[in-house]
Design a protein around this ligand. Structure first.
Ligand code: SF4
Length: 714
């Protein structure tokens, strides 16, 4: 018998928001190899360690293969068919909605879903159930950057492209270990430096990361002091007349109000709080202000903060004050953490958003969507955001939750409370590719979902580029694509809510993913993220495209705001007012004599999120073989702690026990812990047993980066 022919299918890496194109090599039902797609503009054929081992993650143990249901809490789940699983889910959700109203149910989705999946869940929650209780794990990832863009530029429109890396002569990398978290973006930074040795790089990070070591200037700031630093840099730009007064006059508003607030933010005034000498702050400002084209890159170090929106806005202010935006090589460029966090923002699958970058709080936007979806109105009451949603599950305001493609029992702060909430819920549905996640253990109903290489649809990467993925192999067992599960459930729920025996009301019966995408892009027409000219067929024919791509366009848009006009009422960008930050609480919780160390959380190079995929590839354990907490050697000496011995790291909400490592890239007084481990993996508990459930008041993004802890031998 001859072996099946080797075939190739274009796809996109399912890890970080760089969005690298891949070619999947497959034989029959098996994925046998992967290589970089040389035609994809995000990576031109390159892949990092995670992307190049994707094929080794398929067929791995732990996949969810069949629907499983348990009849009572404490009982084991048993295998059931799809009809029974989804009819039961529809019955339970309809029952909760009838007894307690639509806001007693909630959906928690993911930046790892495809855009089509996201769209169906969003329509299901708002148009059918009538609740805005739909939020995404993107809340933990990019929502502060989104809020910062909206406060300053007027819309969630990332203005830059990867090609700007080669055109810049100054890079300001803030709160991002790009070398590990977005490795292919970092390769492009290395290329840019090689091609232009005059390119200067400033890195702002409390840790001396691999990215910081590559920089010309590393500002090793005190954790949480970003806001002070950028305001002090703006102070220097003003004081030394390095601002672009014409740009400020012609294209912005609010500068005078901000200027008066900045008076106290001199480098000398903030140096002690930032932990950086005043002259280095001034040097960073001069490098930025004197450059021909300055590009700033930022990620979770700024976003995952209780002042994340102000952090992002303060960084964007540097660009507005110097006119460093809308030109090649210049602009603020947030690096998306997850592969499709941006697609989720486009379809509005977050508690405060609606499709096409519309705002839930805007009555006209709600009316437009209600008309498009054929319902009398959309609910007005604000939905619960990620942390709020699980608090409401814990105190009984939310009774039933549907969790898709994400692992909140690992990733949300204050894990003890999240686990309690999942135990307290009346009904927990988990739609997942993997049956062995921490959250799957709480599922009353586990629905097996197709995963990378098995799904068709689209994703949008950090530079607004929409790429198409095509399923290469069938999903294992009875697993189905996420959008199809959501649509099937919606049709059943529709019948339940209308009364048994009634015909479904329509609206959830798409023929395929292309039809879902067509409905989604039609709703973007006329908006800042207009992609009404895109279709699956066009993406197949022309390759990945950057929005805006309106109907009739022949190409996408690499750079936004080149005309100096911003999507605000008067066309001007805004300097957002900032609370005077010198005495601002920099950390989400204060260190004290009992908990004297600042815990910092972060990523490893070769692991991804909760490791449900990367953790199953032995090759990826070579770089960092085990979970460890790292302290500066000075702290080890001072505390009489020994490398390799187990230590107990204890905070106000929980504790973890891990081996100790010595690492002088960590500043004294701090402890660094990777975020990948959680309860149920190698450690008893992960970093989020310690993190603080405190969120930014605007973006509602939790401050996952720091907490106060003590350390003692175990
Ligand atoms: Fe995948 Fe990100 Fe690596 Fe590219 S850089 S291969 S998208 S993990």
């Amino acid at each position: 018998e001859s072996s099946p022919a080797l075939r190739e299918t274009r796809s996109v890496c399912c890890y970080c928001g760089t969005g690298c194109g891949v070619i999947i090599e497959h034989e029959g039902d098996r994925i046998v190899g992967v290589r970089g797609d040389r035609t994809h503009p995000a990576n031109f054929g390159r892949l990092c360690t995670k992307g190049s081992t994707l094929h080794l993650t398929t067929g791995a143990a732990g996949r969810a293969r069949h629907p499983e249901m348990r009849d009572a809490r404490g009982a084991a789940r048993r295998r059931v068919g799809w009809d029974l699983a989804l009819d039961t889910a529809a019955g339970r959700f309809a029952d909760v909605i009838r007894r307690h109203g639509p806001d007693a149910v909630a959906f928690y989705v993911s930046g790892q879903l495809l855009t089509e999946d996201y769209y169906v869940f969003n329509k299901l929650a708002r148009a059918l159930v009538g609740t805005n209780n739909i939020d995404s794990n993107s809340r933990l990832c990019m929502s502060s950057a989104v809020a910062g863009y909206k406060a300053t530029l007027g819309a969630d429109s990332v203005p830059c492209s990867y090609e700007d890396l080669a055109a810049a002569d100054h890079l300001l990398i803030a709160g991002s270990n790009t070398a590990w978290a977005h490795p292919i973006v970092f390769r492009r930074i290395e290329d840019a430096k090689k091609a232009n040795p005059a390119l200067t790089i400033t890195v702002v990070d409390p840790r001396r990361t691999e990215t910081a070591e590559f920089a010309d200037l590393h500002l090793q700031i005190a954790p949480g002091s970003d806001l002070l630093l950028y305001n002090a840099m703006l102070h220097v730009l003003l004081w030394e007349d390095l601002v672009d007064r014409d740009f400020i006059r012609d294209h912005t508003g609010g500068f005078d109000a901000l200027r008066s607030q900045l008076a106290e933010c001199s480098p000398g005034n903030v140096a002690a709080a930032c932990g950086v000498p005043a002259e280095r702050i001034a040097e960073a400002a001069r490098r930025f202000g004197q450059s021909r084209a300055a590009l700033s890159l930022w990620c979770q170090g700024l976003n995952q903060s209780h002042h994340g929106t102000a952090n992002s806005a303060a960084l964007i202010h540097l660009h507005l004050a110097t006119g460093q935006i809308g030109r090649p090589g210049a602009g603020p460029f947030s690096l998306t953490g997850q592969p499709n966090a941006m697609g989720g923002r486009e379809v509005g699958a977050m508690a405060n958003l609606l499709p096409g970058h519309r705002e839930l709080a805007n009555p006209a936007h709600r009316a437009e969507l209600a008309a498009a979806w054929g319902v009398p109105s959309l609910p007005e009451r604000p939905g619960l955001t990620a942390v709020e949603l699980f608090e409401a599950l814990g105190d009984g305001r939310v009774k039933a939750v549907w969790i898709a493609c994400t692992n909140p029992a690992h990733s949300l702060p204050d894990q003890a409370r999240v686990h309690e909430a999942l135990r307290a819920a009346e009904f927990v549905v988990v739609q997942e590719a993997y049956a062995d996640t921490e959250t799957a253990a709480f599922a009353d109903l586990l629905l097996p979902a197709a995963s990378w290489g098995e799904k068709t649809g689209t994703v949008t990467n950090s530079e607004r580029r929409v790429s198409r993925l095509v399923a290469a192999v069938p999903a294992p067992g009875e697993a189905r694509p996420d959008w199809a599960i959501a649509a099937d459930f919606a049709r059943r729920l529709q019948r339940r809510l209308a009364g048994e025996g009634d015909a479904a009301g329509g609206g959830f019966d798409w023929a395929d993913e292309a039809a879902v995408f067509a409905e989604h892009v039609a709703l973007s027409a006329g908006r800042d993220c207009d992609m009404s000219g895109l279709s699956h067929a066009l993406l197949d024919a022309c390759g990945p495209q950057q929005w805006p791509f309106p109907a009739g366009a022949t190409g996408g848009t690499a750079r936004l705001f080149a005309d100096g006009v911003f999507p605000t009422g008067d066309g001007r960008a805004r300097f957002a007012p900032v609370a005077f930050p010198v005495r601002h609480a920099l950390l989400p919780e204060a260190v004290d004599a009992r908990r004297p160390l600042v815990l910092l959380t972060g990523r490893l190079r070769d692991q991804w999120h909760g490791m449900s995929r990367t953790g199953k590839v032995p090759l990826l354990w070579g770089h960092t073989p085990r979970a460890e907490v790292a302290l500066n050697p000075v702290d080890l000496l001072r505390r009489g702690l020994q490398v390799g011995k187990l230590v107990r790291l204890a905070g106000r909400r929980g504790e973890v026990v891990l081996p100790l490592a010595s690492d002088d890239s960590v500043a004294p007084g701090q402890a660094w812990l990777p975020m990948h481990w959680g309860a149920g993996t190698l450690a008893q508990a992960g970093a989020n047993a310690l993190t603080v459930p405190l969120s930014d008041p605007v973006s509602k993004q939790p401050a996952l980066k720091q907490a106060a802890v003590s350390i003692a031998p175990y």
